[in-house]
Write a protein that binds this ligand. Structure first.
Ligand SMILES: [Zn+2]
Length: 466
């Protein structure tokens, strides 16, 4: 009704979200207003400290254990979990695990959450401190606009605040600073936020984002990530190369449904999701002609699991190996668990290997990646990566070949956005001898599909072959 006055008064009423910026060398310093700031630390859009990120496994998952130091309040805890899992977790390799009470079985490095009436805050990045995060569920003294009788926020005020604050604090726990502290936040520019603290470990992950959940000047308490939050998250933590999901698709990926209509144990919402759309196909009626197929066999399951195959095009770099007796040592494997199925699905793994992969949705977690960026192309060329399982020494140039490297032009002649000077290069000593094709895979070679689905300029038949 009075949006301007309403927003201004709300800002005055609400103490800011705060954070303990964790620096090994100095304790946090408490300011008179209760804000807690780092001493002696610095960081990029999303703005973070890469040295503090949680660790990613070779198969591309970033396990972040979470536990509660405070008993009870299961409904509120459920809001926290649902919010951060549907945002930070859903869009990246981050997997929040545990969520029970903190005890002797909690891993040393974990997010240990205390619920009390203090100002919500969290240490930045991976930590073994106890507690490492403080959340407020009642708002009796802090941010009372979340609990007073005015209707200040969308829906139930207390639920809205609990969700939005948790999203922000979990951002800190993942290694992200306040966005207004980004060097891109300059007086006089659009979205300037007059709330800056200088850091020393800071790295700009994206351009300055006035809408970030990590920005004090963004819409307060909004329980969703901004577009640049999502982009930065996937630069920082990437997306898994392959991941089985028994609960539907994931938004960052190409998901292939693995269904068996003869099996009554909820096989209708199971997917294999991939960081790259690379032509995966599924068949529940035998191998597909002309494709390279891997049988997914569970002999203990009576529901016709003897004719199911996962297939890739013959030129694909992807090699799948199936195991129904646990993961294969030394390989990257994703567990294929349909927990509702009683027929011995708890030890089934799909193992994968691919020398190279091109991802249009973020860095591939657990791989060595080079960003493929053509700044002149407006069609979503800001989150594309060429990744390899081992470090191949690959470099990309959008300004001509690189001296003293073996370089291959990667061009789409139909695209007007200066692709004619873009090169993928490898060291002269590399045994990778690339051949680029803008008209489909090259017969007899291994070919990586190089596709940006958001680009309308004929990128759907481009391949980097070797
Ligand atoms: Zn904060």
């Amino acid at each position: 009704m009075h949006p301007e006055g309403y927003r201004a008064s709300l800002f005055l009423k609400l103490p800011l979200l705060s954070v303990l910026l964790f620096a090994c060398e100095a304790p946090p310093e408490a300011l008179p207003d209760g804000e807690l700031l780092a001493v002696g630390t610095q960081q990029q859009r999303l703005y973070g400290n890469p040295a503090s990120y949680w660790l990613t496994s070779p198969e591309g998952l970033t396990d972040v254990p979470v536990c509660w130091l405070t008993a009870g309040m299961d409904t509120e805890k459920g809001w926290v979990r649902e919010t951060v899992e549907s945002q930070w977790d859903m869009w990246s390799s981050v997997r929040f695990t545990g969520w029970g009470p903190c005890n002797a079985s909690t891993p040393p490095f974990a997010i240990r959450i205390q619920v009390d009436e203090s100002t919500p805050r969290a240490y930045v990045g991976r930590t073994n401190l106890n507690p490492s995060m403080w959340l407020n569920f009642n708002f009796n003294s802090w941010s009372t606009a979340c609990s007073d009788w005015w209707d200040n926020f969308p829906g139930d005020d207390r639920e809205y605040c609990i969700r939005g604050v948790a999203l922000h604090e979990f951002g800190h726990a993942l290694g992200f600073f306040h966005e207004q502290d980004s060097p891109g936040n300059q007086p006089g520019t659009s979205g300037y936020c007059d709330n800056t603290v200088t850091h020393q470990n800071g790295t700009m992950i994206t351009v300055y984002d006035s809408y970030s959940t990590m920005n004090y000047c963004a819409e307060w308490g909004r329980p969703t990530l901004s577009a640049l939050d999502l982009e930065g998250l996937r630069i920082a933590y990437g997306v898994p190369p392959f991941e089985f999901s028994s609960l539907g698709t994931r938004p960052w990926s190409a998901c292939t449904q693995l269904s068996e209509s003869a099996d009554p144990y909820t096989w209708n919402d199971n997917y294999l999701c991939s960081a790259s759309p690379q032509g995966l196909r599924w068949s529940a009626v035998g191998p597909i002609a002309g494709q390279r197929c891997t049988q997914l066999l569970e002999t203990s399951d009576p529901h016709t699991w003897d004719d199911n195959y996962l297939c890739v095009p013959p030129e694909s770099p992807v090699q799948f190996t199936w195991s129904s007796v646990g993961p294969i040592a030394g390989q990257r494997c994703t567990q294929l668990l349909e927990a509702s199925d009683p027929h011995s699905w708890d030890n089934n793994y799909l193992c994968f290997s691919q020398r190279l992969v091109f991802s249009p949705w973020g860095r591939v977690a657990g791989y060595f990646c080079n960003q493929i960026k053509e700044a002149s192309d407006p069609h979503s060329w800001n989150d594309n990566w060429l990744c390899s399982q081992v470090d191949e020494g690959i470099r990309f140039s959008s300004t001509g070949p690189i001296a003293n490297m073996k370089c291959t032009l990667v061009n789409e002649p139909s695209d007007p956005h200066t692709w004619n000077d873009n090169y993928v290069c490898v060291p002269n000593t590399s045994n990778l001898n690339f051949q680029w094709s803008a008209v489909g895979p090259v017969q007899g070679k291994t070919c990586v599909q190089w596709n940006e689905p958001s680009d309308p300029d004929a990128w759907n038949d481009n391949y980097l072959c070797y």
